[in-house]
Design a protein around this ligand. Structure first.
Ligand SMILES: Cc1ncc(C[n+]2csc(CCOP(=O)(O)OP(=O)(O)O)c2C)c(N)n1
Ligand SMILES: [Mg+2]
Length: 665
């Protein structure tokens, strides 16, 4: 009986397929061989990890893929990129840091990517491509076009937490993804045997995921297997794990002294050079001539590409800050809401509903956002109304964030939920190193229109791990937008604007404001991101705040006005990009500034505003800038201690009086 796999194997033995395998593998080999030499002559800066010896895995794994398919790669990614169709002209230029590089010189070897070609990035963070692959596969599943994602990773990456989260999430969502392990026997300097006590096959069984192993040095074997798996996955089979055994000939990085392995081991693997294994098959098929012709064709391509890259210009200095933020559409300041009253919690549900209605690429994902309707009931009823688009996840925050990153790069607008802001600690990489930097590192080619909704609050004895106001942590990372609304109407308008925004937005709600009542705006209400608002005009002291502390500031301002102190209150609404113009305009009028936030003070948002006030508003200041913040300790549990720790109306009033009474003379 001839199985489907046999038929494909026969097809691959056709001369044109063999020649094409060889052409791609030779291109990778010569590309990296040349890169190694360029590194030695200092024409390539930075780190360089070469995959010479592993070419058959990359080419075989990508063989059945087409334009709709996506790969995520690793720090050793040149082969994956070339196998998926990236041109070596741009790649050489990228490695040299030139303006004509694939990523305009912003990525380099470790971050080379071209999302337009379905290459969602080499990655400098071990394992980080896997959650992104889950996101791309989620987009593929929602889109329903049969696209498949291949997530390359090394044997060492299996020990990363994100491996577990990604495979598990892919399994429970039946995602169209192949986790493709290139087992080259080493993680940096450590042999695989010292890194794991379980095989990948055993692990796959633990996730309920189909497993296949393959000779990673035999391109025909790899391509045959991949063709079969990709075709089954296109037809709806779930995720799979493939382990390709192979070996890298060079060190972990160029310059690695390689004291951890013996020359004999390398020599033995070189006897099974993947190009030679294929060449032998070609000779047996009478294709001697084609080997020579491909060799010279590839030499020409490489020679020309290096020449071009060498002559190409470096990026212009004035473009250094380009590609950090996508230009956002202009949203005019809306009129005041006049449609009755509602609560913040209603505003959140309404904003999500409106965007789900308006844009079919919007979907929600997070812990208990589906059937459970979110712990605060904010997504109740949405799962039934938008089948497949309100997705419950396992408790896997890195995979949740990666879902957002990969799906956004694939053209969706994910809105994912981080149940408590404190949990950022378990998934920061996907925000800090992936979402925030991907557009920059791809020279503007990637778009990251994603929203992370999260919430925090102190004052109710939630303790040190469920109370933190960590906005400064994220605002410190270029590329992220951080929004913190203070009213129900703003919550609606800002959340809708965040979902429509082309950038990664962290939308931070205060759970103690969920029940707050306020004026209800029209359904079309939108608030511009990056614009502060004067909540209360005044002439004596400027108070800058946001989120729940905003409300305390307004109470204090009203109280002080009857005592003859006229306070101007500014609500930042967006933390970054910071609208300092609005603060400066106010400072020019009042000459006195207080900043109030619930987060601890040191290195916080208030410190940033104070520094800007000193730099840009120094000659307008008649008093020191004063910050009212939480004390410099974790949030205490005991109500007595928490009260001492938190800023409150008394502390705000004291600060305002202090700057009001300061005498510049
Ligand atoms: C999160 C993280 N930890 C550590 C490193 C440093 N590092 C880079 S590659 C590597 C080894 C990876 O081994 P493996 O996954 O087997 O890939 P290979 O290098 O063999 O291709 C290490 C430890 C890193 N880049 N990221
Ligand atoms: Mg390895």
């Amino acid at each position: 009986m001839t199985t489907e796999t046999d038929t494909r194997r026969i097809a691959f033995d056709r001369s044109d397929a063999l020649v094409e395998f060889y052409r791609r593998m030779r291109l990778i080999r010569q590309f990296e061989d040349r890169a190694s030499r360029l590194y030695k002559t200092n024409q390539i800066p930075g780190f360089l990890h070469l995959s010479i010896g592993q070419e058959a895995s990359a080419v075989g794994a990508c063989w059945p893929l087409d334009d709709r398919d996506i790969v995520t790669s690793t720090h050793r990614g040149h082969g994956h990129c070339i196998a998926k169709g990236l041109d070596v002209d741009g790649m050489f230029a990228e490695l040299m840091g030139k303006a004509t590089g694939t990523c305009k010189g912003r990525g380099g070897s470790m971050h080379i990517a071209d999302p337009r070609k379905g290459i969602f990035g080499a990655n400098g963070i071990v394992g980080a491509g896997m959650p992104i692959a889950v996101g791309a596969a989620t987009a593929a599943q929602l889109h329903g076009d049969g696209a498949v994602v291949v997530a390359f990773f090394g044997d060492g990456a299996v020990a990363q937490g994100v491996f577990h989260e990604s495979v598990n999430l892919a399994a429970v969502w039946d995602l169209p993804v192949i986790f493709f392990c290139e087992n080259n026997g080493y993680a940096e300097f450590s042999p695989a045997a010292d890194q794991h006590r379980a095989t990948l096959e055993d692990r796959a069984a633990g996730y309920g995921v189909e497993f296949h192993s393959v000779d990673g040095n035999d391109v025909v074997a790899v391509a045959t297997l991949q063709a079969e798996l990709v075709s089954r996955i296109r037809d709806g089979a779930g995720p799979m794990i493939v382990e390709a055994s192979t070996y890298r000939w060079h060190g972990h990085y160029e310059g690695d002294p390689q004291s951890y392995r013996h020359e004999d081991e390398l020599a033995e693997w070189k006897l099974r050079d993947p190009l030679e294994v294929l060449a032998a098959r070609m000779r047996a098929a009478g294709l001697h001539d084609r080997i020579d012709s491909v060799n010279s064709e590839v030499d020409d391509i490489i020679g020309r590409a290096v020449d071009l890259a060498d002559k190409a210009p470096y990026p212009e200095a004035e473009t250094a800050a380009d590609y950090v933020i996508s230009v956002r559409k202009v949203i005019p300041e809306p009129t005041s809401p006049t449609e009755g009253t509602w609560k913040t919690m209603h505003a959140i549900t309404a904003a999500l509903t409106r965007e789900l209605d308006d844009d079919p690429t919007v979907f929600l994902a997070g812990i208990d956002v589906g059937e459970g309707g979110n712990v605060f009931g904010l997504t109740r009823g949405l799962a039934a109304k938008y089948p497949g688009r309100i997705r419950d996840t396992p408790i896997s925050e890195s995979a949740i964030m990666g879902t957002a990153v990969g799906a956004a790069m694939a053209g969706y607008r994910p809105v994912v939920e981080l149940m408590y802001f404190d949990f950022i600690g378990v998934c920061l990489d996907q925000l800090m190193n992936q979402a925030a930097k991907m557009r920059f590192m791809t020279g503007g080619a990637a778009s990251l229109p994603l929203v992370v909704r999260t919430q925090f609050a102190a004052g109710k004895s939630s303790g040190s791990q469920h109370s933190q106001s960590l906005e400064a942590l994220l605002a410190h990372i270029p590329g992220l937008t951080v929004v913190m609304p203070s009213t129900p109407a703003d919550t609606y308008g800002l959340l809708r604007a965040a979902i429509q925004d082309p950038n990664p937005v962290i939308f931070i709600e205060n759970r103690l404001l969920y029940g707050m009542k306020g004026p209800k705006p029209s359904d079309d209400h939108l608030i511009p991101i990056g614009k502060a608002v004067v909540r209360r005009p005044g002439s004596d002291v400027t108070v800058v705040s946001y989120s729940s502390m905003m409300q305390s500031c307004l109470v204090v301002a009203d109280r002080l006005s009857v005592q003859g102190i006229d306070v101007e209150v500014i609500d930042l609404r967006t933390i970054t990009p910071l609208d300092f113009d609005t603060v400066l305009t106010s400072l020019k009028k009042t000459n006195r500034l207080v900043v109030v936030h619930q987060a601890v003070g040191e290195f916080g948002v208030g410190a940033e505003i104070a520094a800007k006030a000193v730099r840009e508003g120094f000659w307008h200041l008649d008093a020191p800038v004063v910050r009212v913040t939480a004390e410099q300790s974790p949030a205490p549990y005991s109500p007595v201690l928490e009260k001492v720790w938190l800023p409150d109306e008394t502390k705000i009033e004291a600060a305002i009086r202090e700057v009001f009474e300061a005498d510049p003379a």
